[in-house]
Design a protein around this ligand. Structure first.
Ligand SMILES: [Zn+2]
Length: 482
Protein backbone atom coordinates (compact mmCIF):
# COMPACT_ATOMS: atom_id res chain seq x y z
CA UNK A 1 0.00 0.00 0.00
CA UNK A 2 2.93 2.34 0.45
CA UNK A 3 4.25 1.63 -3.00
CA UNK A 4 2.09 4.39 -4.47
CA UNK A 5 3.97 6.86 -2.29
CA UNK A 6 7.37 5.86 -3.53
CA UNK A 7 9.55 8.03 -5.63
CA UNK A 8 11.51 6.85 -8.57
CA UNK A 9 14.91 7.90 -7.43
CA UNK A 10 17.58 6.99 -9.86
CA UNK A 11 17.35 5.66 -13.36
CA UNK A 12 20.50 3.61 -13.30
CA UNK A 13 22.98 2.54 -10.71
CA UNK A 14 26.14 4.57 -10.57
CA UNK A 15 29.13 2.61 -11.68
CA UNK A 16 32.41 3.30 -9.96
CA UNK A 17 35.80 1.90 -10.78
CA UNK A 18 39.35 2.67 -9.92
CA UNK A 19 41.82 4.19 -12.34
CA UNK A 20 44.81 2.03 -13.03
CA UNK A 21 48.34 3.11 -12.31
CA UNK A 22 49.14 6.09 -10.14
CA UNK A 23 45.77 7.79 -10.43
CA UNK A 24 44.26 7.71 -6.94
CA UNK A 25 41.06 9.51 -7.78
CA UNK A 26 37.76 7.92 -8.66
CA UNK A 27 36.57 7.49 -12.20
CA UNK A 28 32.88 8.03 -12.05
CA UNK A 29 30.73 7.14 -15.00
CA UNK A 30 27.63 9.21 -14.69
CA UNK A 31 24.71 7.75 -16.62
CA UNK A 32 23.74 10.31 -19.24
CA UNK A 33 20.21 8.96 -19.32
CA UNK A 34 19.58 9.04 -15.58
CA UNK A 35 16.19 10.49 -14.69
CA UNK A 36 17.70 12.51 -11.84
CA UNK A 37 21.32 13.15 -12.81
CA UNK A 38 23.43 13.33 -9.68
CA UNK A 39 26.23 15.82 -9.20
CA UNK A 40 29.67 14.19 -8.95
CA UNK A 41 30.55 13.25 -5.39
CA UNK A 42 32.10 16.02 -3.32
CA UNK A 43 35.76 15.74 -2.31
CA UNK A 44 34.54 14.87 1.21
CA UNK A 45 32.52 11.95 -0.12
CA UNK A 46 35.41 10.70 -2.20
CA UNK A 47 37.68 10.94 0.81
CA UNK A 48 35.12 9.10 2.96
CA UNK A 49 34.90 6.34 0.35
CA UNK A 50 38.69 5.95 0.17
CA UNK A 51 38.90 5.69 3.95
CA UNK A 52 35.98 3.27 4.01
CA UNK A 53 37.98 1.00 1.67
CA UNK A 54 41.05 1.46 3.84
CA UNK A 55 39.05 0.53 6.95
CA UNK A 56 37.77 -2.63 5.23
CA UNK A 57 41.35 -3.61 4.38
CA UNK A 58 42.20 -3.82 8.08
CA UNK A 59 41.45 -7.36 9.21
CA UNK A 60 39.58 -7.17 12.51
CA UNK A 61 38.17 -10.72 12.41
CA UNK A 62 37.03 -11.57 15.89
CA UNK A 63 38.53 -13.64 17.43
CA UNK A 64 41.07 -12.17 17.97
CA UNK A 65 39.66 -8.75 16.94
CA UNK A 66 42.93 -6.83 16.92
CA UNK A 67 41.07 -3.52 16.83
CA UNK A 68 43.95 -1.34 18.11
CA UNK A 69 45.35 -0.55 14.62
CA UNK A 70 41.87 0.43 13.39
CA UNK A 71 41.32 2.60 16.46
CA UNK A 72 44.64 4.31 15.64
CA UNK A 73 43.62 4.67 11.99
CA UNK A 74 40.34 6.39 12.93
CA UNK A 75 42.12 8.47 15.57
CA UNK A 76 44.56 9.79 12.97
CA UNK A 77 41.63 10.99 10.84
CA UNK A 78 40.13 12.78 13.86
CA UNK A 79 43.48 14.26 14.91
CA UNK A 80 43.98 15.72 11.44
CA UNK A 81 40.71 17.60 11.84
CA UNK A 82 41.48 18.73 15.37
CA UNK A 83 38.54 16.76 16.79
CA UNK A 84 38.99 16.00 20.50
CA UNK A 85 39.35 12.27 21.10
CA UNK A 86 40.71 9.59 23.42
CA UNK A 87 41.92 6.10 22.66
CA UNK A 88 41.43 3.53 25.42
CA UNK A 89 43.40 0.30 25.39
CA UNK A 90 41.35 -2.41 27.06
CA UNK A 91 44.16 -4.23 28.84
CA UNK A 92 45.49 -7.77 28.53
CA UNK A 93 42.51 -9.37 30.31
CA UNK A 94 40.53 -8.66 27.14
CA UNK A 95 43.16 -10.03 24.75
CA UNK A 96 45.94 -8.41 22.79
CA UNK A 97 45.55 -5.16 20.84
CA UNK A 98 42.02 -4.38 21.95
CA UNK A 99 40.94 -0.75 22.07
CA UNK A 100 38.00 1.67 22.02
CA UNK A 101 38.01 5.13 20.51
CA UNK A 102 35.95 8.04 21.77
CA UNK A 103 35.63 11.45 20.08
CA UNK A 104 33.50 14.47 20.81
CA UNK A 105 32.39 17.52 18.88
CA UNK A 106 31.14 19.89 21.54
CA UNK A 107 27.81 21.69 21.36
CA UNK A 108 26.67 24.55 23.58
CA UNK A 109 25.15 22.09 26.06
CA UNK A 110 21.58 23.40 25.70
CA UNK A 111 20.46 19.97 24.55
CA UNK A 112 21.64 16.52 25.62
CA UNK A 113 24.37 14.70 23.67
CA UNK A 114 23.86 12.38 20.71
CA UNK A 115 26.15 9.33 20.46
CA UNK A 116 27.05 7.40 17.32
CA UNK A 117 28.26 3.91 18.18
CA UNK A 118 29.79 1.25 15.98
CA UNK A 119 32.00 -1.78 16.53
CA UNK A 120 35.35 -2.14 14.79
CA UNK A 121 35.51 -5.95 14.87
CA UNK A 122 33.97 -8.20 12.23
CA UNK A 123 33.05 -11.87 12.05
CA UNK A 124 35.56 -14.10 10.23
CA UNK A 125 35.32 -14.56 6.45
CA UNK A 126 36.34 -17.56 4.35
CA UNK A 127 37.94 -16.15 1.15
CA UNK A 128 37.20 -19.30 -0.89
CA UNK A 129 33.51 -18.38 -0.91
CA UNK A 130 34.05 -14.75 -1.87
CA UNK A 131 34.22 -13.23 -5.35
CA UNK A 132 36.70 -10.64 -4.00
CA UNK A 133 39.17 -11.04 -1.15
CA UNK A 134 37.20 -10.18 2.01
CA UNK A 135 39.77 -7.63 3.18
CA UNK A 136 40.31 -5.90 -0.17
CA UNK A 137 37.77 -3.06 -0.05
CA UNK A 138 37.34 -3.75 -3.76
CA UNK A 139 34.80 -1.65 -5.67
CA UNK A 140 32.86 -3.41 -8.40
CA UNK A 141 29.75 -2.28 -10.27
CA UNK A 142 28.80 0.33 -7.70
CA UNK A 143 29.42 -1.76 -4.57
CA UNK A 144 32.27 -1.71 -2.05
CA UNK A 145 33.07 -5.28 -1.02
CA UNK A 146 34.55 -6.38 2.27
CA UNK A 147 33.85 -8.10 5.55
CA UNK A 148 32.29 -5.42 7.73
CA UNK A 149 30.90 -3.34 4.84
CA UNK A 150 27.41 -3.33 6.37
CA UNK A 151 28.31 -4.88 9.73
CA UNK A 152 29.34 -2.26 10.49
CA UNK A 153 32.35 -0.34 9.25
CA UNK A 154 30.24 1.50 6.66
CA UNK A 155 28.21 3.05 9.46
CA UNK A 156 31.43 3.89 11.30
CA UNK A 157 32.71 5.89 8.34
CA UNK A 158 29.38 7.66 7.74
CA UNK A 159 29.31 8.60 11.45
CA UNK A 160 32.94 9.73 11.41
CA UNK A 161 32.59 11.85 8.28
CA UNK A 162 29.47 13.46 9.71
CA UNK A 163 31.59 14.76 12.59
CA UNK A 164 34.36 15.77 10.20
CA UNK A 165 31.99 17.64 7.89
CA UNK A 166 30.29 19.49 10.77
CA UNK A 167 33.71 20.43 12.14
CA UNK A 168 34.97 21.68 8.78
CA UNK A 169 31.78 23.69 8.32
CA UNK A 170 32.13 25.08 11.87
CA UNK A 171 28.46 24.29 12.47
CA UNK A 172 27.22 25.52 15.84
CA UNK A 173 25.67 22.58 17.73
CA UNK A 174 23.35 22.44 20.71
CA UNK A 175 24.16 18.83 21.49
CA UNK A 176 27.59 17.31 21.96
CA UNK A 177 28.09 14.86 19.13
CA UNK A 178 29.96 11.77 20.32
CA UNK A 179 31.63 9.18 18.11
CA UNK A 180 32.29 5.87 19.81
CA UNK A 181 34.09 2.95 18.13
CA UNK A 182 34.33 -0.17 20.26
CA UNK A 183 36.04 -3.54 20.19
CA UNK A 184 34.55 -7.01 20.42
CA UNK A 185 30.83 -6.63 19.75
CA UNK A 186 30.80 -9.88 17.80
CA UNK A 187 32.07 -12.06 20.64
CA UNK A 188 31.89 -10.75 24.21
CA UNK A 189 30.97 -7.08 23.94
CA UNK A 190 34.04 -6.43 26.06
CA UNK A 191 34.57 -3.03 24.37
CA UNK A 192 31.17 -1.68 25.33
CA UNK A 193 31.31 -3.35 28.74
CA UNK A 194 34.69 -1.70 29.34
CA UNK A 195 33.28 1.73 28.40
CA UNK A 196 30.31 1.34 30.74
CA UNK A 197 32.46 0.09 33.60
CA UNK A 198 35.37 2.46 33.26
CA UNK A 199 34.13 5.61 31.52
CA UNK A 200 30.36 5.77 32.06
CA UNK A 201 30.57 9.53 32.63
CA UNK A 202 31.49 10.01 28.96
CA UNK A 203 28.16 8.64 27.75
CA UNK A 204 25.70 8.49 30.61
CA UNK A 205 24.18 11.95 30.13
CA UNK A 206 23.41 11.44 26.45
CA UNK A 207 19.82 11.44 25.26
CA UNK A 208 20.21 9.23 22.21
CA UNK A 209 22.67 6.57 21.11
CA UNK A 210 22.50 5.33 17.54
CA UNK A 211 23.84 1.82 17.10
CA UNK A 212 23.90 -0.71 14.27
CA UNK A 213 20.54 -2.01 13.09
CA UNK A 214 18.30 -1.42 10.13
CA UNK A 215 18.62 1.02 7.23
CA UNK A 216 16.59 2.64 4.50
CA UNK A 217 15.62 -0.36 2.39
CA UNK A 218 15.57 0.14 -1.36
CA UNK A 219 14.56 -2.23 -4.13
CA UNK A 220 16.94 -3.38 -6.87
CA UNK A 221 16.15 -0.35 -9.03
CA UNK A 222 17.04 2.07 -6.25
CA UNK A 223 13.54 2.97 -5.04
CA UNK A 224 13.41 3.66 -1.32
CA UNK A 225 10.74 1.39 0.21
CA UNK A 226 10.86 2.14 3.93
CA UNK A 227 13.17 3.01 6.80
CA UNK A 228 13.28 0.59 9.70
CA UNK A 229 14.69 1.41 13.14
CA UNK A 230 15.49 -1.03 15.94
CA UNK A 231 13.97 0.09 19.25
CA UNK A 232 14.70 -3.02 21.27
CA UNK A 233 16.01 -6.53 21.24
CA UNK A 234 15.26 -9.74 23.03
CA UNK A 235 17.07 -10.72 26.22
CA UNK A 236 19.28 -13.75 25.88
CA UNK A 237 18.71 -16.25 28.69
CA UNK A 238 21.02 -19.22 28.26
CA UNK A 239 20.37 -22.10 30.59
CA UNK A 240 22.01 -25.33 31.61
CA UNK A 241 19.50 -27.81 32.99
CA UNK A 242 20.94 -30.73 34.99
CA UNK A 243 19.01 -33.86 35.96
CA UNK A 244 20.05 -36.42 38.50
CA UNK A 245 19.21 -40.10 38.96
CA UNK A 246 20.53 -43.48 40.06
CA UNK A 247 23.74 -44.40 38.23
CA UNK A 248 24.82 -47.92 37.46
CA UNK A 249 25.68 -50.51 34.85
CA UNK A 250 23.51 -50.03 31.78
CA UNK A 251 22.78 -53.76 31.61
CA UNK A 252 20.24 -53.12 34.39
CA UNK A 253 17.90 -50.32 33.29
CA UNK A 254 16.95 -47.86 36.05
CA UNK A 255 13.61 -46.07 36.06
CA UNK A 256 15.14 -42.80 37.30
CA UNK A 257 18.05 -42.79 34.84
CA UNK A 258 19.16 -39.13 34.63
CA UNK A 259 19.22 -39.35 30.83
CA UNK A 260 15.59 -40.49 30.82
CA UNK A 261 14.72 -37.52 33.00
CA UNK A 262 16.48 -35.14 30.61
CA UNK A 263 14.68 -36.67 27.63
CA UNK A 264 11.28 -36.43 29.28
CA UNK A 265 11.99 -32.82 30.19
CA UNK A 266 13.10 -32.09 26.61
CA UNK A 267 9.79 -33.48 25.30
CA UNK A 268 7.80 -31.28 27.65
CA UNK A 269 9.89 -28.21 26.81
CA UNK A 270 9.37 -28.81 23.09
CA UNK A 271 5.62 -29.08 23.54
CA UNK A 272 5.56 -25.98 25.75
CA UNK A 273 7.62 -23.95 23.26
CA UNK A 274 4.70 -24.26 20.83
CA UNK A 275 2.28 -22.91 23.44
CA UNK A 276 4.20 -19.91 24.76
CA UNK A 277 1.71 -17.05 24.52
CA UNK A 278 2.08 -14.42 21.82
CA UNK A 279 2.63 -10.84 22.85
CA UNK A 280 2.53 -8.01 20.35
CA UNK A 281 4.74 -5.16 21.51
CA UNK A 282 3.31 -1.69 20.89
CA UNK A 283 4.14 -0.14 17.53
CA UNK A 284 5.34 -3.31 15.82
CA UNK A 285 2.38 -3.95 13.50
CA UNK A 286 3.96 -2.31 10.47
CA UNK A 287 7.32 -4.01 10.94
CA UNK A 288 5.63 -7.41 11.22
CA UNK A 289 3.74 -6.73 7.99
CA UNK A 290 6.86 -5.64 6.13
CA UNK A 291 9.02 -8.48 7.39
CA UNK A 292 6.51 -11.21 6.65
CA UNK A 293 7.65 -12.82 3.38
CA UNK A 294 4.25 -12.79 1.72
CA UNK A 295 0.91 -11.04 1.69
CA UNK A 296 -0.46 -10.87 5.24
CA UNK A 297 -3.95 -10.05 3.97
CA UNK A 298 -4.20 -13.60 2.63
CA UNK A 299 -3.52 -15.21 6.01
CA UNK A 300 -6.42 -16.78 7.90
CA UNK A 301 -7.95 -14.37 10.40
CA UNK A 302 -6.83 -11.16 8.65
CA UNK A 303 -9.33 -8.39 9.37
CA UNK A 304 -9.16 -5.01 7.62
CA UNK A 305 -5.77 -3.91 9.01
CA UNK A 306 -2.77 -5.22 10.92
CA UNK A 307 -3.63 -3.68 14.28
CA UNK A 308 -7.04 -5.35 14.28
CA UNK A 309 -5.73 -8.62 12.86
CA UNK A 310 -3.00 -8.91 15.49
CA UNK A 311 -5.72 -9.23 18.12
CA UNK A 312 -7.04 -12.35 16.40
CA UNK A 313 -5.38 -15.57 17.71
CA UNK A 314 -5.94 -17.37 14.38
CA UNK A 315 -4.09 -14.62 12.50
CA UNK A 316 -1.24 -14.55 15.02
CA UNK A 317 -0.84 -18.30 14.74
CA UNK A 318 -0.70 -18.14 10.94
CA UNK A 319 1.72 -15.20 10.99
CA UNK A 320 3.98 -17.05 13.43
CA UNK A 321 4.37 -19.96 11.01
CA UNK A 322 7.29 -17.89 9.73
CA UNK A 323 10.13 -18.58 12.22
CA UNK A 324 11.54 -15.05 12.35
CA UNK A 325 8.14 -13.49 12.86
CA UNK A 326 7.40 -16.11 15.52
CA UNK A 327 10.55 -15.02 17.35
CA UNK A 328 9.35 -11.39 17.31
CA UNK A 329 6.02 -12.35 18.84
CA UNK A 330 6.89 -14.45 21.87
CA UNK A 331 9.56 -15.73 24.21
CA UNK A 332 11.35 -18.61 22.53
CA UNK A 333 13.30 -21.69 23.57
CA UNK A 334 15.79 -23.55 21.39
CA UNK A 335 17.26 -26.76 22.79
CA UNK A 336 20.85 -26.59 21.64
CA UNK A 337 22.66 -29.31 23.56
CA UNK A 338 22.27 -32.64 25.40
CA UNK A 339 24.78 -34.49 27.47
CA UNK A 340 24.59 -37.86 29.20
CA UNK A 341 27.21 -40.52 29.77
CA UNK A 342 30.58 -40.65 28.02
CA UNK A 343 30.36 -44.46 28.11
CA UNK A 344 27.63 -46.41 26.37
CA UNK A 345 27.44 -49.03 29.14
CA UNK A 346 27.19 -46.62 32.07
CA UNK A 347 24.08 -44.88 33.37
CA UNK A 348 25.49 -41.51 34.49
CA UNK A 349 24.85 -39.65 37.73
CA UNK A 350 23.59 -36.68 35.80
CA UNK A 351 22.48 -35.55 32.36
CA UNK A 352 22.04 -32.04 31.03
CA UNK A 353 20.28 -29.92 28.44
CA UNK A 354 21.39 -26.56 27.06
CA UNK A 355 18.64 -24.09 26.26
CA UNK A 356 18.96 -20.81 24.39
CA UNK A 357 15.90 -18.85 25.52
CA UNK A 358 15.17 -15.35 24.26
CA UNK A 359 12.74 -13.18 26.17
CA UNK A 360 10.81 -10.29 24.70
CA UNK A 361 12.02 -6.91 25.98
CA UNK A 362 10.51 -6.03 29.34
CA UNK A 363 9.76 -9.65 30.41
CA UNK A 364 10.23 -11.00 33.91
CA UNK A 365 12.97 -13.61 33.90
CA UNK A 366 11.92 -15.14 37.24
CA UNK A 367 8.40 -15.73 35.99
CA UNK A 368 9.74 -17.41 32.89
CA UNK A 369 12.00 -19.69 34.96
CA UNK A 370 9.16 -20.54 37.35
CA UNK A 371 6.95 -21.55 34.42
CA UNK A 372 9.78 -23.63 32.96
CA UNK A 373 10.14 -25.51 36.27
CA UNK A 374 6.42 -26.21 36.30
CA UNK A 375 6.54 -27.46 32.72
CA UNK A 376 9.46 -29.79 33.45
CA UNK A 377 7.82 -31.05 36.65
CA UNK A 378 10.97 -32.87 37.85
CA UNK A 379 12.18 -32.09 41.35
CA UNK A 380 15.76 -33.13 40.52
CA UNK A 381 16.21 -30.43 37.91
CA UNK A 382 18.87 -27.83 38.61
CA UNK A 383 18.72 -24.71 36.45
CA UNK A 384 21.86 -22.64 36.00
CA UNK A 385 21.95 -19.34 34.12
CA UNK A 386 24.94 -19.17 31.78
CA UNK A 387 24.12 -15.81 30.20
CA UNK A 388 21.46 -13.24 30.81
CA UNK A 389 20.87 -9.56 30.60
CA UNK A 390 17.74 -7.56 30.90
CA UNK A 391 16.69 -6.04 27.63
CA UNK A 392 14.63 -2.90 27.46
CA UNK A 393 13.13 -1.03 24.58
CA UNK A 394 13.23 2.62 23.69
CA UNK A 395 10.12 4.64 22.84
CA UNK A 396 9.35 5.45 19.22
CA UNK A 397 7.79 8.87 19.91
CA UNK A 398 10.94 10.85 20.63
CA UNK A 399 12.70 13.85 19.09
CA UNK A 400 15.00 11.43 17.25
CA UNK A 401 12.11 9.70 15.52
CA UNK A 402 10.49 13.06 14.70
CA UNK A 403 13.74 14.32 13.13
CA UNK A 404 14.30 11.08 11.30
CA UNK A 405 10.86 11.23 9.78
CA UNK A 406 11.10 14.94 8.95
CA UNK A 407 14.46 14.66 7.20
CA UNK A 408 13.66 11.38 5.43
CA UNK A 409 10.44 12.90 4.10
CA UNK A 410 12.43 15.75 2.55
CA UNK A 411 14.17 13.09 0.50
CA UNK A 412 11.28 10.65 0.09
CA UNK A 413 7.86 12.14 0.86
CA UNK A 414 5.67 9.70 2.76
CA UNK A 415 8.38 7.07 3.28
CA UNK A 416 7.25 4.78 6.12
CA UNK A 417 9.53 5.02 9.18
CA UNK A 418 8.97 1.76 11.01
CA UNK A 419 10.11 0.71 14.50
CA UNK A 420 11.09 -2.92 15.01
CA UNK A 421 12.78 -5.24 17.50
CA UNK A 422 15.70 -7.58 16.94
CA UNK A 423 15.57 -11.21 17.98
CA UNK A 424 19.33 -11.42 18.56
CA UNK A 425 21.58 -9.14 20.58
CA UNK A 426 23.91 -6.24 19.91
CA UNK A 427 25.63 -3.86 22.31
CA UNK A 428 22.47 -1.70 22.35
CA UNK A 429 21.00 -3.34 25.46
CA UNK A 430 24.06 -2.41 27.52
CA UNK A 431 23.47 1.28 26.76
CA UNK A 432 19.69 1.11 27.26
CA UNK A 433 20.47 -0.12 30.77
CA UNK A 434 22.39 3.17 31.31
CA UNK A 435 19.18 5.08 30.64
CA UNK A 436 19.89 6.13 27.05
CA UNK A 437 17.33 5.92 24.29
CA UNK A 438 19.03 3.62 21.84
CA UNK A 439 18.07 3.13 18.21
CA UNK A 440 19.43 0.65 15.69
CA UNK A 441 19.70 2.62 12.48
CA UNK A 442 22.47 2.87 9.89
CA UNK A 443 22.21 5.99 7.77
CA UNK A 444 22.39 4.61 4.24
CA UNK A 445 20.23 2.97 1.64
CA UNK A 446 20.63 -0.78 1.23
CA UNK A 447 18.87 -3.13 -1.16
CA UNK A 448 17.37 -6.34 0.19
CA UNK A 449 19.96 -8.62 -1.45
CA UNK A 450 22.78 -6.61 0.13
CA UNK A 451 21.14 -6.58 3.57
CA UNK A 452 21.22 -10.38 3.77
CA UNK A 453 25.00 -10.50 3.29
CA UNK A 454 25.94 -9.37 6.80
CA UNK A 455 27.97 -12.26 8.28
CA UNK A 456 27.65 -13.96 4.84
CA UNK A 457 29.74 -14.10 1.69
CA UNK A 458 30.52 -11.08 -0.52
CA UNK A 459 29.38 -8.58 2.09
CA UNK A 460 29.06 -5.20 0.43
CA UNK A 461 27.58 -1.72 0.54
CA UNK A 462 26.34 0.29 -2.46
CA UNK A 463 28.45 3.39 -3.12
CA UNK A 464 25.43 5.46 -4.09
CA UNK A 465 23.55 4.53 -0.89
CA UNK A 466 26.70 5.30 1.12
CA UNK A 467 27.10 8.76 -0.45
CA UNK A 468 23.42 9.44 0.14
CA UNK A 469 23.89 8.44 3.79
CA UNK A 470 26.66 11.02 4.26
CA UNK A 471 24.31 13.83 3.19
CA UNK A 472 21.37 12.41 5.03
CA UNK A 473 23.10 11.98 8.40
CA UNK A 474 24.56 15.48 8.20
CA UNK A 475 21.07 16.85 7.66
CA UNK A 476 19.64 14.69 10.43
CA UNK A 477 22.21 15.90 12.97
CA UNK A 478 21.51 19.53 12.05
CA UNK A 479 17.79 18.90 12.48
CA UNK A 480 18.39 17.35 15.91
CA UNK A 481 20.32 20.49 16.86
CA UNK A 482 17.70 23.04 15.88
ZN1 LIG B 1 27.38 -5.78 13.97
Amino acid sequence: MFKSQLLKLFGTRLSVSFCAGLCASLCLNWPASALSPLPPPSPLKQEALRNFQQYLRMDTSNPPGNELPTARFLKALLDKEGIENQLFELGPENGKNRANLYAILRGDGSRKPLVFLHHMDVVPADPQFWAFPPFSGQIDKGFVYGRGAIDVKGKGIVDLYTLIRLKREKQPLKRDLIFLAVADEEVNSSGSRWMIQNKPELIRGAEFLIDEGKTVTENETGQALYAMVGIGEKSPLWLKLSFFGTPGHASVPMADNAVNRALRAAQKILAYSQEIPFEVLPGLAESLRLQYPGDVTRLPGYQKDMTRSLKNPAFLKALAEHPEINAMLRNTISITGMRGSDKTNIIPNSASLSLDCRLLPGQDKERFLQKLREVIGDKTVKIEIEEYYQSLYSPADTAYFASLERVLHRHYPGLPVVPTIFTSSTDSSLYRALGLKVYGFEAYRVDEATATRAHGNDERLGVEGFFWGLDFLHELVLDLNR
